[in-house]
Design a protein around this ligand. Structure first.
Ligand SMILES: Cc1cc2nc3c(=O)[nH]c(=O)nc-3n(C[C@H](O)[C@H](O)[C@H](O)COP(=O)(O)OP(=O)(O)OC[C@H]3O[C@@H](n4cnc5c(N)ncnc54)[C@H](O)[C@@H]3O)c2cc1C
Length: 524
């Protein structure tokens, strides 16, 4: 992308040995929303700095980092999804907007545009994370996500960061979050009203049922556009002459000074040429997702005691209902309004009294065939309740020095168990989801709420968590700088130290804003 929004990777940077710069001020590893937030804030606040983003995966969309749903043509969308699926992409013939084929191994639940760990996802006698997934492409998972951007509340809030509300507001700006964009979907107000009557009586005003804030915008022609890393980068980054983006560039090592107390750059593998290059940098930001950020630190010999630990995924329970007795049909949605034009998304916020995050989505079609034919768009409603994990130091991603993954990086071993408290929380969530469902309508069938396999939330946190002090239970300080390694920052959901149930990307982008600002102010 340097200085352009070219759609071809080849034009992004010169080929061969000269493909990468010899030296930059800031090297960012990973081009998902968190890495993009660093690039954006540095482009705005410290335009004198040279900034390079190194991304292991290919360029799949234009502008770089754009969401695959914004690719109008189905075949191109499918090929962008396949290109994101790591070293061994899914090969079955499937339509891109369905889970056909991907869901054949239901116990693991792979989504289009993501890939699962091929081994190491469960250890003997443990629960493991069967559905732990990653994406490798410019834009990361942010090119495939749903865009739900709720703010954390009550115990989800990081207690030692008083500036968080302002950072969250800035993250909402970078992700172009709006609660209005789907709020007028057919029967969305009916969904909110029915849920509100049943659930709002003991909630504070700011934690009542409401439209879900979404990183989705409406184009002038009425189409819905999902905001990904392209929106976070923004024109200010794309037009920054000191910014470069390097797809198919795997960072294999963070280079440190002799004593290991400061960064001096990154080692980058050109995945097209198979060659390695050292790039000098004064700051290195590792925003390579919650599993691969600790992997890169481990590979670089940066191994604080908390690295990879406190891994947490939000247990997820799903259910579906059909609303009856609906008011008069709403106006039909306009032409060309995108693949989920008639969907509304409603948010039931997490509170300490009701410690679940509820995401209620009106579906375009029923997941099960219905006998009669009076189905009205927006009347089938899917409920997803996310729980906060009971955090444990022993839940962790560990790495092998004698075995490599598909990228040649240290192989992962997931150690993960659900505690008694987790089982109780899942049971309570099943009760709560049935209460919400009963307020909305009638069940689609007689099966109980389904508990998704662990990892299916796609929200993994804690593995490079921040802490107020360096007491061995955290990896980085409140700005994201790794304890004891000057200039090395970590970013993404792995930095979040609290047990959250809400979707984490808004929070991790907010934390990235804080980290980028601390670099910018040190450089003023
Ligand atoms: C289907 C789906 C729906 C989702 N819905 C939501 C939602 O509604 N709300 C929400 O908050 N979240 C959602 N998520 C999760 C959300 O997408 C992630 O939280 C978010 O993308 C994380 O951003 P990130 O920048 O930290 O990491 P990522 O977006 O995962 O990006 C990390 C990037 O780093 C690259 N990388 C890794 N290792 C290296 C290396 N060594 N060298 C170079 N590059 C490397 C990867 O290739 C990847 O592109 C969803 C995800 C999916 C797949």
């Amino acid at each position: 992308m340097p200085r352009s929004t070219s759609s071809t990777a080849a034009s992004a940077t010169p080929e061969g040995d000269a493909r990468f710069p010899g030296e930059v001020d800031v090297a960012i590893v990973g081009s998902g929303p968190a890495g993009a937030a660093y690039a954006r804030v540095l482009s705005e606040l410290a335009p004198r700095l040279t900034v390079a983003v190194f991304e292991a995966g290919p360029l799949i969309s234009d502008p770089p980092g754009a969401h695959v749903k914004n690719i109008g043509e189905a075949e191109r969308r499918a090929s962008a999804q396949r290109a994101s699926e790591g070293p061994r992409p899914f090969t079955g013939a499937t339509s891109t907007d369905t889970m056909d084929g991907y869901a054949s191994d239901r116990s693991r639940l792979q989504r289009p545009g993501t890939f699962l760990l091929d081994k190491g996802w469960r250890q003997d006698g443990e629960d493991g994370l069967p559905a732990a997934a990653m994406s490798s492409n410019v834009g990361g998972m942010g090119a495939h996500w749903t865009g739900a951007c709720p703010r954390p509340g009550d115990s989800e809030i990081i207690p030692f960061l008083p500036g968080m509300p302002a950072l969250l507001a800035e993250a909402e700006r970078l992700l172009d979050v709006s609660a209005e964009v789907l709020a007028d979907a057919p029967f969305a107000d009916e969904v909110r009203e029915r849920l509100s009557v049943a659930l709002d009586h003991d909630r504070a005003a700011d934690r009542r049922v409401r439209p879900m804030p979404l990183a989705v915008r409406r184009a002038p022609d009425g189409r819905l556009l999902w905001c990904g890393a392209d929106v976070v980068f923004g024109d200010v980054t794309r037009n920054n002459p000191r910014f470069t983006l390097h797809p198919e560039a795997l960072v294999t090592r963070v280079l440190l000074d002799g004593a290991g107390g400061a960064v001096r750059g990154v080692r980058v593998r050109d995945r097209r040429a198979g060659t390695d290059h050292d790039v000098a940098a004064r700051y290195v930001v590792v925003a390579a997702d919650s599993l691969r950020t600790p992997q890169l630190l481990h590979a670089s010999g940066v191994r604080p005691p908390a690295l990879g630990r406190y891994l947490n995924d939000q247990p997820q329970i799903v259910y579906a209902v059909r609303m009856r007795d609906l008011p008069d049909p709403p106006a039909a949605p306009g032409e060309g309004m995108g693949v989920t034009a008639s969907s509304g998304v409603t948010w039931v916020p997490f509170t300490d009294t009701h410690p679940f995050h509820g995401q209620v989505m009106q579906l375009d079609a029923s997941p099960v065939p219905l006998a009669d034919d009076d189905l009205r768009p927006g009347s089938i409603v899917g409920l997803g309740w996310f729980c906060a994990k009971d955090l444990q130091a022993n839940d962790r991603v560990a790495f092998r020095d004698d075995e490599q993954d598909g990228y040649g990086m240290p192989a992962m071993r997931i150690h993960y168990r659900l505690t008694e408290a987790d089982h109780a929380s899942i049971k309570n969530a099943q009760t709560e989801i049935l209460r919400a469902a009963a307020a909305l309508g009638e069940p689609l069938d007689d099966t109980p709420p389904l508990v998704f396999p662990a990892g299916a939330s796609l929200h993994y946190q804690g593995t490079v968590r921040m802490g107020a002090t360096d007491d061995g239970t955290s990896v980085c300080d409140p700005t994201g700088q790794v304890w004891g390694v000057r200039g090395l920052f970590v970013a993404g959901n792995g930095v979040i130290p609290t047990a959250t149930a809400c979707n984490p990307t808004l929070t991790s982008v907010a934390l990235a804003v804080g980290g980028a600002r601390s670099i910018a102010s040190a450089e003023r």
